[in-house]
Design a protein around this ligand. Structure first.
Ligand code: PLP
Length: 452
């Protein structure tokens, strides 16, 4: 399995040929899932004592398994938050696998860690964070949010210890009622309470609502989470007004920008995110709107020493790593062994330059605006809310959830698009989440036509 043999060459050439063809498909098939029974009937039995050989395994994947996996990079994939990795990022993901790099420590992965830091520092500067801000690429926004909140609680505990104050019986996190489900998940894991504050009529969390929550819950609050682009609507909280409150009260401000913070790379969108520069921690997912393959979340601390204090694992077998003043990415989040998962983004950014990133993100914002205007013009369709970023939520007048679902199934059967119904305040709605630069106005209007 490990020797450099003709067999190994054949395996690698075969797999690379498949990867090459998949990455260069002119028309990516959307594909669709089947039931476990259907797959069992055609795909069972691949694990044998003697092996089926790389050709048979590749063929099984290419012809049977892959067609039952949705292509998230299809231009008609508009559900949840899509992913649309650049060709350069896809190609370099293969290099990361081939290079056997341990991305957890400087000692083992210096050059990879350096390149990842180039990207993290660039992002930090774009978000207005000071020199010295830094972080780590973790698996996804869920782990990024959890790691940031663990660091925030640890900072509160340490400060209480310094000041001789007692810790509260129950720690609390304040966020908006529209915050992502991963915040509730993080508070579950941490066994802390969540204070969900109602958003204003504009759907955004404002400072005055946070003041009321802090007055009520006092010193038990160790962090306030604002969302830089909600998942369902792409709404950006009033970060500046919340930041003014957290700063005045010396409370950790975390910005969950998993989906939306990438929009800050577009110059005219920067005012929307005012206040991010005051954050103690931020996350943004490159696998969402920064055109990197799964899975990567950039977690950035204003002062990385907080991340390190909370997350550095200590053991005799790690002393040789942790006794040095090195920059060790593992120390900044919940993880030890880590893939250098920021490298595909680094390579693509280095290859193309930041201007193309800004333009490609702007495509989604501009297209969302354009299709929103088209929806407003059409009889029987109406916007639920004006898009702020690249999520467009709208209704087809008079349809029940069952009718939406039947339409959605048909759209996938016809391999035109993947648009699942969502709901808002109990009302079934449709939702386009646009991040893919190959998604066009023509395709979106074609999808609207099927709603007539
Ligand atoms: C997607 C998302 C997350 C979770 O990120 P994962 O990478 O899926 O774990 C968190 N917050 C927001 C706002 C998101 O859109």
């Amino acid at each position: 399995m490990h020797s450099v043999s003709d067999d190994a060459r054949e395996t690698i050439d075969g797999v690379l040929a498949y990867a090459r063809s998949r990455a260069l498909f002119a028309d990516v098939p959307l594909d669709k899932p089947v039931t476990p029974d259907e797959l069992a009937a055609v795909a069972s039995g691949s694990i044998t004592a003697g092996g089926i050989g790389s050709q048979a395994a590749t063929t099984l994947f290419a012809d049977v398994l892959a067609p039952t996996c949705l292509s998230i990079d299809h231009p008609g994939y508009l559900s949840f938050i899509p992913s649309a990795p650049s060709k350069a990022a896809i190609a370099f993901d293969l290099v990361v696998s081939a290079s056997a790099i341990y991305g957890g420590s400087w000692m083992e992965g210096a050059g990879a860690v350096f390149a990842e830091n180039e990207v993290l520092h660039w992002l930090a500067a774009e978000f207005g964070l000071p020199v010295g801000a830094g972080g780590v690429f973790v698996q996804g926004g869920t782990i990024g949010n959890l790691s940031a909140l663990v660091a925030a609680r640890d900072a509160s505990r340490r400060r209480n210890a310094e000041l001789g104050r007692t810790n509260p019986d129950r720690w609390k996190v304040v966020c908006s009622s529209e915050a992502h489900s991963s915040i509730a998940s993080a508070t579950e894991v941490m066994d802390v309470d969540i204070v969900a504050v109602r958003t204003g009529a504009d759907g955004r969390l404002h400072g005055n609502a946070v003041v009321a929550a802090l007055d009520e819950h006092g010193d038990s609050v160790f962090a306030v989470v604002v969302t830089g682009g909600t998942t369902n609507f792409g709404i950006v909280d009033d970060i500046a007004s919340v930041a003014a409150v957290t700063k005045a009260r010396d409370i950790w401000l975390h910005v969950d920008g998993a989906y939306g913070l990438a929009a800050m790379l577009v110059e005219r969108m920067r005012p929307t995110f005012a206040g991010v520069e005051l954050a103690d921690s931020v996350i943004v997912d490159p696998h969402k709107w920064l055109f990197a393959p799964f899975d990567a979340c950039a977690l950035i601390y204003r002062d990385p020493s907080h991340g390190r204090a909370a997350h550095t694992q200590k053991a005799e077998y790690l002393d040789t790593l942790t006794d040095r003043p090195d920059w060790n990415p593992s120390d900044l989040a919940i993880q030890l062994t880590r893939r250098a998962r920021g490298l595909p983004l680094w390579f693509s950014l280095a290859t193309h330059g930041t201007d193309q990133y800004r333009a490609s993100i702007d495509h989604g914002i501009a297209l969302a605006r354009e299709i929103a205007d088209e929806i407003e013009r059409r009889d029987g369709l109406s916007l639920v809310r004006d898009p702020q970023l690249s999520v467009v939520v709208f209704r087809r007048e008079g349809w029940s959830m069952a009718e939406y679902q039947a339409w959605s199934d048909r759209l996938l059967d016809d391999q035109v698009g993947f648009v699942v119904p969502s709901s808002h305040a109990g009302e079934p709605v449709l939702r386009f989440a646009i991040v893919n630069p190959t998604t066009t106005m023509e395709l979106l209007t074609e999808i609207l036509d099927t709603l007539a």
